[in-house]
Write a protein that binds this ligand. Structure first.
Ligand code: ZN
Length: 245
């Protein structure tokens, strides 16, 4: 390729990186198929490690809201699922390839605020759809764990559980912004009021100040900063919901 053409391409790539925020990181050790396999294995582990609430009004509510949001997103080829974990932790997480988990403690905290719940589930779907785990995963993770999942061999021990390893991959600040943005977009397009996200953030802040045993668990994986709240407010104020189609 001609030198100038090369430079122009580099500039174009840099620009699209700026436009897409974190979406430009193309390095990914996982295909969608592998993400789904990883999520399935993680789902099995979660079922063994936690008690799930499968038949309550809240279990239905989480599923219904999740499914409503799914109608407004582009990754249709993966098996999303929505679960409630019977635990008082104020937390939620997602696994690559589809599973989303909301803790009972978080549901108790937000009460009947479906707008907040839609934004939280949307945020977790945002991590899945932006493929954050696939992008953060290291080649050694793939070697140590994924191969054991994809090529099951009873003689090989997996070591640390898949879920533990996935949850130990911390999301970057930019990935949190991106998941918020996607979550706000999915919620708004599905008819929920995205202000629910701000209400949730404010409640978390108040709780963090009051709680003695450290901040709510959700904040450990998704740190909340002033700038994060300001960004969410800006997106709402300017109706920037075309993102994360
Ligand atoms: Zn997050």
């Amino acid at each position: 390729m001609h030198h100038t053409a090369k430079k122009m391409t580099a500039l174009g790539m840099a620009l699209s990186c700026v436009l897409l925020l974190t979406g430009c990181r193309t390095r990914s050790f996982l295909s969608t198929k592998q993400e789904v396999a990883l999520g399935k294995e993680g789902e099995r582990e979660v079922e063994q490690a936690y008690r799930l609430d499968t038949s309550s009004a809240d279990a239905d509510r989480v599923r219904e809201i999740g499914e409503k949001l799914l109608q407004h997103m582009h990754r249709r080829n993966i098996p999303y699922s929505f679960h409630v974990i019977k635990s008082n932790e104020i937390n939620a997480f997602s696994l690559p390839g589809g599973p989303v988990y909301v803790y009972r403690g978080l549901l108790d905290m937000i009460g009947s605020n479906n707008n907040a719940l839609a934004c939280i589930i949307g945020h977790e779907l945002g991590h899945i759809n932006a493929r954050h785990v696939a992008r953060n995963i290291s080649s050694s993770f793939v070697n140590n764990v994924l191969i054991a999942v994809l090529i099951p061999n009873p003689n090989i021990q997996n070591g640390a559980s898949i879920v533990t390893q996935i949850l130990s991959l911390k999301y970057s600040r930019d990935e949190e912004y991106e998941a918020d943005w996607r979550g706000l977009s999915y919620a708004a397009k599905s008819g929920y009021n995205p202000e629910g996200m701000i209400q949730f953030f404010k409640k978390l802040e108040r709780l963090s100040r009051r709680q003695k045993g450290g901040p709510p668990e959700w904040l450990r994986d998704h740190p909340l900063t002033r700038s994060r709240i300001a960004r969410a407010e800006y997106i709402i104020e300017h109706h920037m919901y075309r993102y994360g189609k």
